[in-house]
Ligand binder design. Structure first.
Ligand code: S3P
Length: 437
């Protein structure tokens, strides 16, 4: 087993300028849409992390040619009808996005595809995509609603009008991808807000996407035309640095080219409400996505209420926000966050255990937790954290070192490479005393 441990010495601050790697959600989508487009899609700023490389291997196995050329990735699309049956099961490692989006893509093919993944991915709920795909006419065999999945595609699929049980961009995108291969109009009614990269990028590829309030529709049979995709830096990766700089005295950090899509902005809004000194500069639009340079400095933070509406817009940033909450005066309450329990780990339980290991009290509820923070001095003790192989847990606790009184050791950090391969190097460059064993 590839056992990686982070060791973070106490103290320090974050300064300078850095660009975190490319956005994970956008990188996955560029590959999937490029694969079924006509022509050659070029992608710059692609996130070369394990999760996105799993999608890359999958689209190659499905027949698309993808090559690396001078910092760009080139995808020769095979067109909507050109995918072929993969020779073996597609192993998607730790990546929920790969599995759920690919499930939608392969459901509309006239062959059978097997999708599998690591232990964590095979524990995560898949009925949320199996149910709508079954309604559309695909045949999906699973292990009690969990991967491995065997998807016998059908062409054409049946268009549906569907309200998912939870707000989830992965479910929405799965259905919209399948909808491209359905007869008629497929509509998803979102029970809450989820990231809209699929809608934006499909429109960029020339697919008419109709959006009305919480409702989004595609018409089956549309042709995707290859485009150039420029992937912004991932706000979810930037979030660790935003929190680190906000909690550490003496910090002044610039994060460049960061995606600031309104459906992802929750971490910026929550930190700003807590009193973090974050400013947005040079706001612009790149390839259909809003992007800005962010400046963040050391701040005195105050507890806030983080409710369901915040959680939807910051679903991946809650671990980082928990670290900020521990450094904020008062009690921060997080509610409406039950989805955190079915991410790469049970992020409510694992964050609460980790905070306790560093001397911070968190009360746990079914759908959230309450964290009582402190503003002065070293809020965290040193200690040992079990990350449970969850990349975002590992990176969040690494930042706690900036306000700790002793060293923090974080176990099982190899999965950081699923989303942020250069994390330790960039964090060390900015001033975190982190080493890898
Ligand atoms: C993602 C959607 C989110 C997020 C995940 C990436 C995507 O999951 O947590 O990291 O790219 O669509 P849900 O849509 O299931 O909330």
């Amino acid at each position: 087993m590839n056992f990686v441990q982070f060791q973070v010495a106490p103290g320090g601050c974050l300064t300078g300028q850095l660009r975190v790697p490319g956005d994970k959600s956008i990188s996955h989508r560029a590959l999937l849409f490029g694969a079924i487009a006509s022509g050659q899609t070029t992608v710059t700023g692609f996130l070369e992390s394990q999760d996105c490389l799993a999608t890359l291997a999958a689209v190659r196995a499905l027949g698309a040619r993808v090559v690396h050329d001078n910092a760009r990735w080139l995808i020769d699309g095979v067109g909507a009808a050109g995918l072929k049956e993969p020779a073996k099961a597609l192993d998607l490692g730790n990546s929920g996005t790969s599995m759920r989006l690919l499930a939608g893509l392969v459901a509309g093919q006239s062959f059978t595809t097997r999708l599998t993944g690591d232990e964590s991915l095979c524990r995560r709920p898949m009925s949320r995509v199996i149910d709508p795909l079954t309604l559309m006419g695909a045949s999906v065999a699973s292990k009690h609603g969990r991967a491995p999945l065997e998807i016998q595609g059908r062409r054409p699929l049946v268009a549906i009008d569907y309200t998912p049980p939870v707000a989830s961009a992965q479910i929405k995108s799965c259905i919209l991808l399948a909808g491209l291969f359905a007869q008629g109009t497929t509509t998803v009614h979102e029970p809450g807000v989820s990231r809209d990269h699929t809608e934006r990028m499909l429109a960029g590829f020339g697919v008419p996407v109709e959006r009305e309030g919480a409702q989004v529709s595609v018409i089956g049979g549309a042709t995707l035309n290859a485009i150039d995709v420029s992937v912004p830096a991932d706000l979810s990766s930037a979030a660790f640095f935003l929190v680190g700089a906000a909690i550490a005295d003496g910090s002044d950090l610039w994060l460049t080219d960061v995606g600031t899509n309104p459906t992802r902005r929750g971490v910026l809004d929550c930190l700003t409400r807590m009193g973090a000194a974050i400013t947005c500069h040079n706001a612009r639009e790149v390839a259909g996505e809003p992007v800005a340079d962010l400046r963040v400095g050391a701040s005195t933070l105050t507890a806030i209420e983080i409710g369901a509406a915040d959680v939807e817009l910051a679903i991946d940033e809650l671990p980082a926000l928990c670290i900020a909450a521990a450094c904020a005066q008062g009690t921060t309450r997080i509610s409406g966050a039950a989805e955190l329990r079915v991410k790469e780990s049970d992020r409510i339980a694992v964050m609460a255990d980790g905070l306790a290991a560093l001397g911070v009290h968190a009360e746990v509820y079914d759908d959230g937790m309450a964290i009582t923070g402190g503003t002065t001095g070293q809020v965290f003790t040193g200690g040992r954290i079990a990350s449970h192989g969850d990349h975002r847990i590992a990176m969040a606790f690494a930042m706690a070192g900036l306000r700790a009184s002793g060293s923090i050791v974080i176990d099982d950090c190899a999965p950081v490479a699923t989303s942020f391969p250069d994390f330790e190097a960039l964090a060390a460059k900015a001033g975190l005393a982190i080493t890898r064993q």
